[in-house]
Design a protein around this ligand. Sequence first.
Ligand code: SF4
Length: 948
Amino acid sequence: MTDFKRDGSHLAYCPPVEKWDDWVELDPESWPKRVEKHYQLVPTVCFNCESACGLLAYVNRASGKIEKFEGNPRHPASRGRLCAKGPATINQIHDPDRILYPMKRSGPRGAGKWTRTSWDEVLETFGGRIRQAIQAGRGNEVMYHVGRPGHDFIMDRTLQAWGIDGHNSHTNVCSSSARLGYLLWHYADRPSPDPANARFILLLSAHLESGHYFNPHAQRIIEGKMAGAKLAVMDPRLSNTASMADYWLPSYPGTEAAVLLAMAKVILDENRFDAAFVKDWTNWEELEIDGFHAKGRSFESAMEALKKHYARFTPQFAASESGVKSEVIVQIAREIAAAGSRFASHLWRGSASGNLGGWQSARALTLLHALTGSIGTEGGHNLNSWNKFVPRPFRVPPPQKHWNELLYPREWPLSTHEMSFLLPHFLKEGRGHVEAYFTRVFNPVWTYPDGFSWIEMLRDEGKIGLHAALTPTWNETAVFADYVLPMGFSSERHDLMSQESYAGQWIGFRQPVNRVLRERAGQKFEYTYQANPGEVWEEDEFWINLSWAIDPDGSMGIRQYFESPDRPGEKLTVDEYYGWMFEHSVPGLPEAASKEGLTALQYMRKYGAFEVTRDVYKRNETPLTSLDLAGASVAPNGVIGKQGKSMGVMLGGKPVVGYNTPSRKLELFSRTIADWKWPEFALPEYYRSHIHKAAQSAAMGEAPEDFDPRYTPCVVWPRDARGEVYTLLPIFRLPNLIHTRSGNAKFLYEISHKNPLWMNPADANKIGGVRTGELVKVHTEIGYFVLHAWVTEGLAPGVVACSHHLGRWRLNEDDQIERMSSAFVDLKQVGNGQWKMRQVQPVSSYETSDPDTHRVWWGDAGVHQNLTFPVHPDPVSGMHCWHQLVRVEKALPEDRYGDIFVDTNLSFAVYERWKALARPGPGPDGLRRPLWMPRAVRPEDSAYYVKK
Ligand code: SF4
């Protein structure tokens, strides 16, 4: 029994592992009586963002009920700390309106009528349809479309076992733009910064409040700051992150690359760059700029050519583009140079995802790292591929032989990920058909731009044959599916997670808490849904069983990958799948486990996480062994190749592995971009976004001389659009909401349930003196939405902003999408492609088995904006460019809060205008995309070539 002391000295920040089996706390509800509560603590991994922080489920030993979630101190990335969304998992698992059983629609798609069905029926139906498609050579008509991934490798393995090119993702509405910028430099498509050890930190994302790998990164940024690092934040909005900074740089959106290149110019001109690093580790010898060819020339002459090339990026030019003062740009450039190898930064969404050409922000930012020699260093910029650890499972299938042009069409050969947000437009153009469609924790009707085009596609059985929504919660897309299949939250499923949270590698193990505890007590379960609430399942077992349903007798060659490694011909279990991997593919784990007399699987079930390595720096300098070099040759430029592929580079006369780029060096000059029809972007550059002031003038019929229609499509508003022109920033996240998965997290919705339009007072005055709380109407190119204004000086003039995450709706009055987070709406198709939505009933209290639903005091569900956005595919990266040029006016008497109107004919026209900017493949040698560029689930090399 714990000795409770009045001075509080018994209090622990996190319960130590040795007390996890019987952790004792006083019951707060029994106060002032001192009643003890005994818990068993079971580790799992949070599912409420990509960070994968470690959770501890507190299971009441008396009732067997999970009562709360707190942080797992043994998790190396989150170290016992969580954001608000982690503990809110308790709301999700006890939500009285959650989906508990597999459901099948019983009326037309979208009519909201459902009946309960069985997992066997689901497996039989989908197994049969997929088997037929594969056997008829139509395997590419099977598509898996993932929103929140949350596990590594198992889905890739499944799709490759089926032999299909069917992996689609949400990445091109999220991060593919920044990924391209990083990828072109060093092949790794994400940075892994080391802010805890940095001297200067520059953020172009809201990393302290909501960014990628938010909690693990945020705590390390603060550590760096507490140790004396300075923090600069470039963001037009005075975000919570900017409010913590030493320097807030409120740049005009889309001009970030100009500011970064001006900093690079200062560092170059003042010779503050790390010449030895640039000489050794960039491919400066390949520079071909402005008539200068570096081949055979000196390093110094190449640097002079570089200085000349960037001469136009004076701090004054950057200031006039961005609004950031030139002296601040110079000062920060010097501080970055002084930090040298201890300069850390991050950019993920923000400027990269909002803007046409946003990928150049990541490229320009990495140029600062190359110049300061801060790549691969302690306190610098590392590579995600060095810090993320994905163990290989047993028996990996070969890559698929096919290429699916619905995923990677020819127009965008350099897109880092699938052109997923254009699926409705591709099907409208007659490019294909999807026979079996799985959406996984994915809600494109709500999260994607142009959601009404998604509804039109999903309702059309000629386009989508059979659709299953695998989801833990109701969402606006699931209501248009044929099947809604309940999948578990953090404490109800297995997954293996790893992220680049710091300069080390770790794995985290998500596990179904009830099943684990009951199996510890001696019970046996064939499937996780037998231990979960209702029949909530998990994907791992679903895919294993579906694969058996597709290939019941093994004759298609699929079943073999889903058979036990130890029991020939028997069905694989999750214990066998993970147990094999932990035992064979995670260095150090079996040894750590055996020290405690455990198997590797038992160790992971006990601790929930394992650190594989730490202090991972300079992987590029890893020496090649004589074994590696057998049969290899060295080209005149020092690149070491074997069997037609580069594998290393000579550094100071020694063979090292280098980077995975064609030159094995950091690619200051991208031959790839030049060869794939964008030679003007072979170096990091800046070009104006679609929301630049020049584009605004062009949209008003006054195109300035410097408006270049080769890069920028002209905005055309509907004829009845009125009001002043602004740039709308629609993608900032609220730190405590989870895209569309917080609808059943009452703690979170109580905190955040409004998304007004941020407006600078000067802009509010321009449209008739709008005040906070008054209604404004925002016109996009395809429609409008109506919401409240919030007048604030926390935003630069000329820019308005509205947060992501809010504006949930439901089509059924009493169910399907939680009533505490959604407005009941009247949705009407009022003409061909014309849609109108009006909120009929706001949020209000209601009766369920949870007394808190009776206590709901807020009435706002927010207003949805993404429906009114047309698609904007960046011609190079393929990323949807989220920012919008809008016109804003005071709402008219007939307008009501939450009104939305959209014309999908107009959205299709915008799609065609943007598509026309692309420079389609094939590229050199008839390739669909460069062979060196990765894909999420990569087919065999032969599929990269267009068949003649
Ligand atoms: S940052 Fe928050 S939501 Fe994301 S995994 Fe960690 S606790 Fe969960």
